[in-house]
Design a protein around this ligand. Structure first.
Ligand SMILES: Cc1ncc(COP(=O)(O)O)c(C=O)c1O
Length: 412
């Protein structure tokens, strides 16, 4: 993959007609360092958010050794790394997946939220005596942009019985939950921890792991989330206040917050109709969250290889390249009023749940990849002490340019 200082540097010699992922591995490294320093427990990376080998390699280089893997394909991605511990935290798994995970890849850590899944895991592993079983409980997801409690999680009323059953089959027992992705309320973690503590107390089991899941927010325009430090403090405090902290290890498994800043997309305008731009990427490409979750993203316009420095004063919506009307991203995306066909747009914060959602619908699955060294367009880390690139350079040798954010939006 070719390296460039910035997208402008790339556009000096290229005029791509397919979308281009602009990886910023240094941003993934920065967030990994932050989480390992500030989270009061073990940090797993939820691979689903961005399974790019480049990003996984960067997180590994930054010290991440534990990964939440949802499929055999994700397990295979990690299988070449030494000293990693893999956790199948998806609570509903195909028996063949469990079989291969346990017997072929040596995975011992599995989540479940029902007695049938518990039986399945035990049966497929021939009643293994070395299992780490994590019971997923349903918790309050209110205020999270993408609630995840509809599909998974045993109810608080049923949880004690399942916990007791799992304790009898597990070498190590855990409780896990997810407060929903892009969780806007740190207190939801504290409340979930309190519920978990109550259930554990009621069931009388000794717990080895408490996993607070993902949900930590990334920076997006118009979605003002509290600083990450607040989440860390609230979780640390709630965990220390609970009785379970005496016996068990605290874990988290962020996806979005670790990698959202690690890529932008460079896309091309194909046609303009009033405030609608027809572009070469869309909801079947990397813009699932923009289409279906109404996420907005930071944007900047490029013309003739240079940044169009006119005011970002006009709101645009996007149509993607396929024939489907739902290939529509409402935005609003702020861009100069004189946008026209042929212009490029760099869309920031596209490192999480973006390229991994790409399909080949209508044959538009092709995209190019480059690496760029400039700073992400928005950041939750830049103003954290020890996390600006100047400090990181002296501590870790990361080479990236924080000053370049001057030309970007700066509302972190
Ligand atoms: C089991 C599990 N863990 C972690 C995550 C990562 O969540 P987030 O990207 O919100 O941090 C998810 C997301 O769906 C998940 O299902």
């Amino acid at each position: 993959m070719r390296n460039y200082t910035s997208v402008c540097d790339y556009l000096a010699t290229s005029r791509p007609s397919d979308p281009v992922i602009c990886h910023r591995p240094h941003a993934a490294r920065r967030s990994a360092l932050y989480f390992q320093e500030k989270f009061p427990g073990d940090v797993l990376y939820a691979v689903k958010a961005n399974p790019s080998p480049l990003i996984i390699g960067e997180l590994y280089a930054a010290g991440i050794r534990s990964f939440d893997v949802a499929s055999i394909a994700e397990i295979t991605l990690l299988s070449g790394y030494p000293d990693v511990s893999l956790h199948c935290m998806h609570p509903v798994k195909h028996p063949n997946h469990i079989r291969r995970a346990y017997h072929e890849f040596g995975i011992r850590s599995f989540a479940l939220d029902s007695s049938d899944e518990l039986e399945k895991i035990c049966q497929v592993t021939a009643n293994a005596t070395d299992l780490a079983l994590h019971v997923r409980i349903a918790v309050d997801n209110s205020g999270s942009r993408i609630p995840l409690n509809g599909k998974f999680g045993v109810s608080l009323a049923e949880a004690p019985e399942l916990l007791i059953a799992a304790r009898l089959r597990a070498d190590r027992l855990g409780v896990c939950f997810h407060v929903g992705s892009q969780a806007m309320r740190p207190q939801n973690f504290a409340r979930a921890l309190k519920w978990a503590s109550r259930i554990i107390h009621k069931s009388g089991v000794i717990l080895d792991y408490l996993n607070v899941g993902g949900g930590f927010p990334a920076a997006y325009p118009g979605i003002d989330s509290p600083p990450l430090d607040q989440y860390m403090n609230v979780i640390g405090q709630a965990f220390n206040d609970s009785l379970i902290s005496k016996t068990c290890t605290l874990m988290c498994e962020p996806g979005r917050a670790l990698v959202a800043e690690s890529a932008s997309m460079l896309i091309n305008v194909i046609l303009r109709k009033n405030r609608m731009l027809y572009i070469n990427d869309g909801s079947y490409g990397s813009m699932f969250d923009a289409a279906h979750m109404q996420f907005s993203y930071p944007t900047r316009a490029l013309r003739d290889g240079r940044i169009n420095r006119k005011e970002l004063e006009s709101s645009f919506s996007f149509y993607g390249p396929t024939c489907d009307s739902i290939d529509y991203m409402p935005g609003p995306f702020l861009l100069p009023a004189d946008m026209r066909a042929g212009d490029y747009i760099e869309i920031g914060q596209m490192g999480a749940y973006a390229d991994t959602m790409r399909t080949n619908f209508n044959g538009f699955g092709v995209r190019n990849q480059i690496c760029v060294a400039d700073a992400p367009m928005l950041s939750k880390y830049k103003r954290v002490p020890h996390c600006n690139y100047d400090t990181l350079h002296s501590r870790t040798g990361i080479v990236a340019d924080d000053n370049s954010t001057a030309q970007y939006l700066n509302n972190d």
